[in-house]
Write a protein that binds this ligand. Structure first.
Ligand code: AVI
Length: 326
């Protein structure tokens, strides 16, 4: 392997080694988002079956004033912080309204990808010339920690897109607890949750007939080939998704179509795949209102307001630190 050996690359290698040495085998969906993976995710968001993005966009568009009022109640200026902002299409709806209302605020997107931050910043600079943007690249919590004492304005930290659904429950609680440590009592968290619904609707969002989601999953094998010197033949794996209504969880797998071995040079290992053996790729957790309330409570928050779309497919939930004097 001649490619650069960055720290990220070696962490990637270690995670792949750990995942493919486990029983059952697994890979982490956090590695889906190389350039091609990010492009495929944009395609997924446009699929008719992938209702999540459209539902969240509807909430932002139809309840903009209510969201504005809840963010600003008891605060005349805010720092709007977004974790993993993506293309910013939904956030632009809020920003436009906040500017029209003359709100004193600035916008800080935090992303692990410099490229994502650069693209978003230049887009928002031309769309909103008067907006103050403070982009930060790196680890969410290190950056939030550094922002903690930077201003006495209310921070509203947004974590949208049901990204929390890709965390297992314990990791989600740890994530919110860590977030709580970076906030003070006047701050707020605004989280996008995909709600429990007809299991068939959920399953079709993760098993689209055009196969974009399959490509999105298989792209991680291609990434391993490219960055870690792997020998995966993607035609020998197929995408399989299921939804378990009792756990409210969609899961996706890549299934080995035949008995085969795959070598990964950077970690100096060869892995055997039995015929029909699965690699667990991703969890996409769905929620009930009770689950959201419990998660908030278990991580030091309480729900201040919920913004559902018209058919209760999706909820943007606004949380405040527990015990705060309302
Ligand atoms: C980014 N994340 C919330 C998406 C989801 O719905 O779990 C990723 C995704 N996986 C398959 N389709 C979309």
């Amino acid at each position: 392997m001649t490619a650069k050996k960055s720290t990220e690359m070696s962490v990637f290698g270690v995670d792949v080694l750990e995942g493919l040495s486990s029983t059952p085998k697994h890979l982490s969906s956090r590695y889906f988002y190389d350039d091609e993976g990010s492009r495929l995710f944009m395609e997924i968001m446009k699929l008719p079956e992938y209702y999540l993005t459209k539902a969240e966009f509807r909430i932002f568009s139809e309840q903009t004033r209510e969201i504005f009022e809840s963010f600003t109640s008891g605060a005349d200026s805010i720092d709007l912080i977004e974790l993993g902002a993506g293309d910013g299409v939904k956030t632009a709806v809020l920003i436009r309204y906040f500017l029209e209302r003359g709100l004193n605020f600035n916008y800080s997107p935090i992303d692990i990808s410099q490229q994502a931050n650069d693209a978003l910043t230049s887009r928002f600079h031309s769309e909103f010339p008067s907006l103050t943007i403070n982009p930060h690249t790196g680890d969410y919590f290190k950056i939030l920690g550094s922002l903690k004492d930077g201003s006495d304005r209310r921070k509203v930290v947004m974590f949208l897109g049901s990204n929390i659904g890709n965390f297992h429950r314990d990791s989600a609680i740890n994530f919110f607890r860590e977030l709580r440590q970076s906030l003070s009592e006047q701050d707020r968290v605004f989280v996008g949750f995909d709600m429990q619904k007809d299991p068939r609707v959920i399953l079709s969002a993760y098993d689209d007939p055009t196969g974009v989601t399959a490509k999105f999953n298989l792209n991680l094998l291609t990434r391993i080939n490219r960055e870690l010197g792997g020998t995966f033949d993607t035609s020998k794996f197929s995408h399989y998704a299921h939804y378990r209504p009792i756990e409210c969880a969609a899961r996706s797998f890549l299934i080995s179509r035949e008995r085969q071995t795959v070598t990964i040079e950077a970690i100096d290992r060869t892995f055997l795949f039995e015929q029909w053996e699965p690699i667990f790729m991703e969890i996409s957790q769905k929620y009930t209102r009770t689950m959201i309330e419990e998660m908030a409570g278990d991580s030091g928050f309480e729900i201040e307001a919920d913004f559902f779309d018209g058919v209760n497919f999706y909820n943007n939930s606004l949380w405040r630190p527990k015990g705060h004097a309302a």
